[in-house]
Design a protein around this ligand. Structure first.
Ligand code: ADP
Length: 294
């Protein structure tokens, strides 16, 4: 299956150009859409989910014209929005039963089977009778995935699903997402690089409404092979380093400052070669973007 997004643009009434000619091809598997807050991710997700119209451009799911036939798209769609509201006094099981009916699963037995199956899958079966208002952040997000999976959708969209989860919950959530079928398109939008590097086989970076980078994380990482150097430095020598070299990132490790710089050769004897990670490429891209804007 293939989702083809072609030259999508959207300008909001206040003049913000949230999407500026976005084109992407998304196949089965986990696709990561990475970008900072305000990059245009939610606008794109909502447009694919047919909750919002673009000004121009097209979206195709195999032979289906999504813009012309949003109701057809909705039959194949599971969506976990960023601001996922829950009815706090309803139990997980009752809520899933209700949503299953809305999604058109009219056969009671089928509904029961699917609700049971999904509650098991997201590891909430033992707490299925508890009110949703009593769930932790991680449990709520797992419930959100269960409701998105009702009706066996072909396209699943999850918008910033790990924001606000603690590391343990995030790990559980990663495991759950990675188990979703290979025959499904899963689009995961996030500002967290680790979400993409852990889970996704294809990705795009979006910034100010444009696709800045698109490909497989591994080959995107390798674009900086041999160009990254890392050193532990005194905080005081940071200005000198930043004057002479392009700093990709600076972080503290055990109280010491570690800088990563971009250079064709070893900058000086303090620096050792660093194997590039997705975060380095992303930071480099943001740094370049920032320079272009200034
Ligand atoms: P992201 O999901 O990457 O944070 P959004 O798609 O939410 O990005 O937002 C992209 C840009 O569009 C931002 O500048 C945001 O302020 C603006 N924006 C989003 N929704 C609206 C809206 N309904 N009206 C006006 N501007 C909006």
């Amino acid at each position: 299956m293939k989702l083809i997004i072609n030259n999508l643009s959207k300008t909001y009434d206040n003049g913000v150009k949230a999407l500026q000619g976005v084109s992407l091809e998304i196949s089965n598997g986990m696709f990561g859409l990475l970008g900072q807050n305000g990059a245009g991710k939610s606008t794109l997700m909502k447009t694919i989910a047919t909750l919002q119209d673009a000004d121009s451009g097209s979206i195709w799911l195999d032979g289906l014209d999504v813009v012309k036939h949003p109701e057809e798209m909705r039959k194949h769609l599971g969506y976990l929005p960023q601001d996922f509201g829950l009815y706090p006094t309803v139990s997980a099981e009752d809520m899933l039963q209700y949503i299953a009916r809305l999604k058109g699963i009219s056969n009671q037995q089928q509904r029961d089977d699917q609700v049971d199956y999904l509650l098991q899958k997201v590891n909430l079966f033992n707490v299925k009778n508890k009110k949703l208002g009593t769930y932790s952040g991680g449990m709520k997000q797992r419930f959100g995935i269960a409701q998105a999976l009702l009706g066996n959708p072909k396209v699943i969209i999850v918008d910033e699903p790990t924001a606000g989860l603690d590391p343990l919950e995030r790990n559980r959530f990663y495991n759950l997402l990675s188990e979703i079928g290979e025959n499904t398109i899963v689009i995961l939008s996030t500002h967290i690089v680790e979400d993409v590097s852990t889970l996704c086989n294809e990705m795009a970076v979006i910034g100010t409404g444009k696709v800045l980078l698109n490909g497989q994380p591994a080959s995107i990482e390798s674009s900086l092979n041999g160009k990254l150097w890392e050193a532990q430095i005194d905080k005081d020598s940071l200005p000198a380093v930043s004057k002479n070299f392009t700093i990709i990132s600076q972080r503290f490790h055990l109280g010491k400052m570690i800088v990563t710089v971009l250079a064709a050769q070893q900058p000086d004897e303090r620096f050792t070669a660093k194997k590039p990670g997705l975060e380095d490429v992303y930071f480099h891209l943001l740094e370049q973007q920032g320079r272009n804007l200034n």
